[in-house]
Design a protein around this ligand. Structure first.
Ligand code: UDP
Length: 383
């Protein structure tokens, strides 16, 4: 019988679920039939009142009241605040986690969220079920919120030296810290497409197969004025192809319906897509916010990035790090954005070549495989 594993996520943004799904698929690929992974959002299922609604509000908040999100992020970014949350708003979620443990009897609990790791550790240490390993997989890239640094877990998967520093300072012993990178779906970790494969992919996706292609996206919620930025690129006299992925932002999608470039060519505009890897593999350049998931996926797809926006708190550090590596540029204004696309899309652009080299130097497509091996090893399956 397959060994059950419990993966805890919250559906705020897309990064927690994407990371958990990538690791679950990798475990199944490496040890077929050995594990039965349950990916559950106990915030949605276990908290009737305030917290569930707060999670639902994440998308609108980051879209329309960034300052309020920043205030919430910073107010909770300490061990004392996490302790307080555990004893108050998170109690119903802790009960939901304990119930999941009782029902599923998992061989390991893995949290892809900075609050659920505390609840999992608490439930495992105080519950009536066998003592199973609790593992945190951090899905932020550089600025690691205090919540991630839970000392009561058996292992923490850390994406970057900055994250390692945060966990060590919080008192997590070195042998429990595993700096393995951020999980990324296997579709992004494939070898880069040949020219022929890319032409075929563009054809299938409704893109011109011979033109420099810009992919405009902005996380699962399509936040940060992506419609305005897409319109500006379309309106400029640039010889580029473009596609826009609006994610769950239905309003932006409606506004961009029928979008055409200056030559009258139609531009593909989509809502939430399940084949982001194909869109990235078809593109030459990504215009996006500084979301950790999209950044590592773009790096693994060999794509330089123009970052236009960030969620305050957890994404500011991503932006600074990416700009430092040379793999991305920060272009918050639409004028700057259009100029950068113009420069980088020019034939044999030296700027683009330099960014591509930087991308190749920092991509870590092997991260998911190593995270999957750590979890399956700790859960008692194949190592
Ligand atoms: N994503 C997707 N389809 C979409 C839009 C986004 O699958 O239409 C995925 C994207 O590939 C990435 C995640 O959602 O894995 C977004 O994560 P990120 O950390 O960039 O931003 P967040 O949405 O968490 O703010």
């Amino acid at each position: 019988m397959a060994i059950p594993l419990l993966f805890l996520i919250a559906d705020t943004g897309g990064g927690h679920r994407a990371g958990a799904t990538a690791v679950a698929r990798r475990i199944e690929r490496d040890s077929p039939g050995t594990f039965d992974v349950h990916i559950v959002d106990p915030v949605a299922s276990g908290s009737p009142a305030l917290l569930g609604r707060t999670a639902d509000l994440y998308g609108p908040l980051i879209q329309h009241a960034r300052w309020l999100w920043a205030a919430m992020y910073h107010a909770t970014n300490s061990r004392a605040a996490i302790r307080m949350l555990r004893g108050s708003a998170l109690r119903p979620v802790r009960d939901a986690v304990a119930q999941l443990l009782t029902c599923l009897r998992p061989a390991a609990v893995v949290s892809f969220h900075p609050l659920l790791n505390h609840l999992a550790a608490q439930a495992v240490h105080t519950g009536a079920f066998p003592r199973v390993p609790v593992i945190t997989v951090i899905t932020d890239l550089v600025d690691v919120h205090a919540g991630w640094a839970c000392r009561d877990v058996d292992a923490v998967v850390i994406p970057s030296p900055g994250g390692l520093d945060r966990c060590r300072r919080a008192g997590i012993p070195a042998h429990r810290c595993h700096q393995l990178g951020l999980p990324v779906g296997s579709a992004f970790a494939r070898p880069l497409p040949t020219d022929q494969e890319r032409r075929e992919l563009r054809h299938r996706l409704g893109l011109a197969d011979d033109r420099f292609t810009v992919l405009v996206c902005s996380g699962a919620d399509g936040s940060g004025g992506l419609d305005r930025r897409a319109q500006a690129i379309a309106a400029a006299r640039l010889d580029v192809g473009m596609a826009v992925i609006c994610g769950r932002n239905a309003r932006a999608r409606r506004r961009l319906e029928g979008l055409r470039d200056r030559a009258g060519r139609s531009i593909p505009v989509h809502g939430f897509v399940d084949d982001m890897a194909d869109w990235m593999r078809a593109a030459d350049l990504v215009v996006t916010k500084a979301g950790p998931g999209t950044i590592v996926e773009s790096l693994c797809s060999g794509l330089p990035m123009l970052l236009t926006w960030y969620i305050p708190g957890q994404e500011r550090g991503n932006l600074e790090w990416l700009v430092d590596t040379g793999a991305g540029r920060y272009v918050p204004g639409v004028g700057q954005l259009v100029d950068a696309v113009d420069e980088l899309s020019a034939p044999r652009s030296p700027g683009l070549a330099a960014m591509r080299s930087a991308v190749a130097a920092v991509a870590r497509p092997e991260a998911t495989e190593r995270i999957a091996a750590l979890i399956s090893g700790m859960a008692g399956g194949r190592t």
